[in-house]
Design a protein around this ligand. Structure first.
Ligand code: NAP
Ligand code: MG
Length: 421
C-alpha cells in the first residue's frame, strides 16, 4: 500500500510501481455491531473507514442503537442486538445516550427509553470488566503501577437494591423472612432508644455464582491473576456467602485450569486488598462487590489518567462478550462538531473495543490472522501516542514535552500511518 493512504483511490500506476494491494483478512463468523450516538458515532465511522475496512473483509450483524432508531423501533433494536449477541457470542458497542428529560425533548422521544447497557446486561447476565490502556508518557499517579489493573464489578443487588427507613424514635427494628409455608425467621437489628436509620439489602446465590464464573472465565481468557475481597470478618453471613461461593466454584471448576494457565486466585479482606493494590505492580483482576466496584473503578481509572483510555467488556457466564469504551458519547464535542468546529476527541477506547471484539472473534473461530491484526492495530495506536501524536485530552496530562495535538480525524490517520509501517 505504501504511500497510498486512501486504499479506494489506489491508482493502477501504484500497482505497476510494485505497491501491492494487500489481500483483506477474511472473517468466517460475523460479530454483532451496535452503532451509537453523537461524537462516538462520528468516530465509529472513521475507525471503520480508515482502520478496519481497508484491511478486513469485515462481517458484522449491524444494529443501529442510535437514539432515533431506538425510538422508531420502540427500543426493540436494543433487545434484538442483545439476542444477536447470544447467537454470535461477540459484540462491539458504540457509546449510546441514556435518555433523561432533556433528551426526551431534544429527540422528541415517545418514551424515556431505558439505558441500553442496562437492557443488554439484563439479557446477557454478565459482569463488567474495566481496564485502563497503559502508554508511556501518560503515567499513573501511583508510581509503581506498571501494568493495567482490571476492576470486575458485580452489577446486582446490595445497597443498589436496598430498602431504607428512618426510625423516628424508640422501638424495635427486626429483619423478618417469611417462607412460602408461612414460617417466620427473625433477627433483631436494633432496640432503638431514640431516632436513627435502618437499611435492608439482599443478594442472590444465582447472581453471585454468575459473577464468580464470569471472573474466573475472564481471568483465564486474559491470563491474569484474580483477587477477590470483601468484609467477611464483620459481615459473617452476607459477605461470607460471597467468599464461600467464589471458593466453592473455584475448587470445583477452575483450580486445575488456573494451575495449567499459570495464574492464581486469592481471597483477602477488603482492607488488605486496598493496601496491597497501592504497593502492587498491576497486571491482575480485582473482583469487587457492587459498591466496592463502583467506588474503586473511579479511583483506579482516574489514577491511571483518563476516562478516554478505559476499556470495558461485559462477560457473561455463558461465554458471550460485549466490548465497548467506558466513556459516554462526548456530547460537548459533538455539538462543536455540528457547528463545524474542529474537535480533538480521543478514539483510543473505541478502537480498543473493536480490537477486543476482533481478537475474541479470531480466538473463537481459530482465525489467527484476525487476532494478529487486532494486536497490530493496538500496537500502532499505542506507538502513535508514544511518538508524541495525541488528542487534546492526553496532551493536557502527558509527561512528554511538546506533544503534537491532532484533531479527531488526523489522530486516526496518524494511527493508520503507524499501522502501515
Ligand atoms: P462522556 O461522554 O464520557 O463525556 C464527559 C467528558 O469527558 C467530555 O465532555 C470530555 O471532557 C471527556 N471525555 C470523555 N470521553 C472523551 C474522549 N473520548 N475524548 C476526549 N474527551 C473525552 O460523559 P457525559 O457527557 O456525562 O455523557 C454524554 C452521554 O453519554 C450521555 O447521554 C450519557 O447517557 C451517555 N453515556 C453513555 C455510556 C455508554 O454508552 N456506555 C456511558 C456513559 C455515558 P471535555 O468536554 O472537558 O473535553
Ligand atoms: Mg461510580
Amino acid at each position: 500500500i505504501g504511500n497510498c493512504l486512501e486504499i479506494n483511490s489506489c491508482k493502477k500506476s501504484d500497482i505497476k510501481q510494485g505497491r501491492r494491494i494487500m489481500e483483506k483478512i477474511q472473517m468466517t463468523t460475523p460479530l454483532v455491531e451496535m452503532d451509537g450516538d453523537e461524537m462516538t458515532r462520528i468516530l465509529w465511522k472513521m475507525i471503520k473507514d480508515d482502520l478496519l475496512l481497508p484491511y478486513i473483509d469485515l462481517k458484522t450483524d449491524y444494529y443501529d442503537l442510535g437514539l432515533e432508531h431506538r425510538n422508531e423501533t420502540d427500543d426493540q433494536v436494543t433487545v434484538d442486538s442483545a439476542n444477536a449477541t447470544k447467537k454470535y457470542k461477540v459484540a462491539v458497542k458504540c457509546a449510546t445516550i441514556t435518555p433523561n428529560a432533556a433528551r426526551v425533548k431534544e429527540y422528541e422521544l415517545k418514551e424515556m427509553w431505558k439505558s441500553p447497557n442496562g437492557t443488554i446486561r439484563a439479557i446477557l447476565d454478565g459482569t463488567v470488566f474495566r481496564a485502563p490502556i497503559v502508554v508511556k508518557g501518560i503515567e499513573p499517579c501511583v508510581k509503581n503501577w506498571k501494568k493495567p489493573i482490571t476492576i470486575a464489578r458485580h452489577a446486582y443487588g446490595d445497597v443498589y437494591k436496598n430498602a431504607e427507613m428512618r426510625i423516628p424514635g424508640p422501638g424495635k427494628a427486626e429483619l423478618v423472612y417469611t417462607a412460602e409455608d408461612g414460617t417466620e425467621t427473625r433477627e433483631l437489628i436494633h432496640n432503638f432508644t431514640g431516632a436513627g436509620v435502618i437499611q435492608g439489602m439482599h443478594n442472590l446465590d444465582n447472581s453471585i455464582e454468575s459473577f464468580a464464573r464470569s471472573c474466573f472465565e475472564y481471568a483465564l481468557s486474559t491470563k491474569q491473576d484474580l483477587w477477590f475481597a470483601s468484609k467477611d470478618t464483620i459481615s459473617k453471613k452476607y459477605d461470607h456467602r460471597f467468599k464461600d461461593i467464589f471458593q466453592e466454584i473455584f475448587d470445583a471448576e477452575y483450580k486445575e485450569k488456573f494451575a495449567e494457565a499459570g495464574i492464581t486466585y486469592f481471597y483477602t479482606l477488603i482492607d488488605d486488598a486496598v493496601a496491597r493494590i497501592m504497593k502492587a505492580e498491576g497486571g491482575f483482576i480485582w473482583a469487587c462487590k457492587n459498591y466496592d466496584g463502583d467506588v474503586m473503578s473511579d479511583m483506579v481509572s482516574s489514577a491511571f489518567g483518563s476516562l478516554a483510555m478505559m476499556t470495558s467488556v461485559l462477560v457473561s457466564p455463558h461465554g458471550y462478550y460485549e466490548y465497548e469504551a467506558a466513556h459516554g458519547t462526548v456530547q460537548r464535542h459533538y455539538y462543536r462538531h455540528l457547528k463545524g468546529e474542529e474537535t480533538s476527541t480521543n478514539s483510543v477506547a473505541t478502537i480498543f473495543a473493536w480490537t477486543g471484539a476482533l481478537r475474541k472473534r479470531g480466538e473463537m473461530d481459530g482465525n489467527a490472522e484476525l487476532s494478529a491484526f487486532a494486536d497490530r492495530l493496538e500496537k500502532a495506536t499505542i506507538a502513535t501516542i508514544e511518538s508524541g501524536k495525541m488528542t487534546k485530552d492526553l496532551a493536557l496530562i502527558t509527561t512528554m514535552e511538546n506533544p503534537t495535538v491532532l484533531n479527531s480525524r488526523d489522530f486516526i490517520l496518524a494511527i493508520r500511518e503507524e499501522l502501515e509501517k
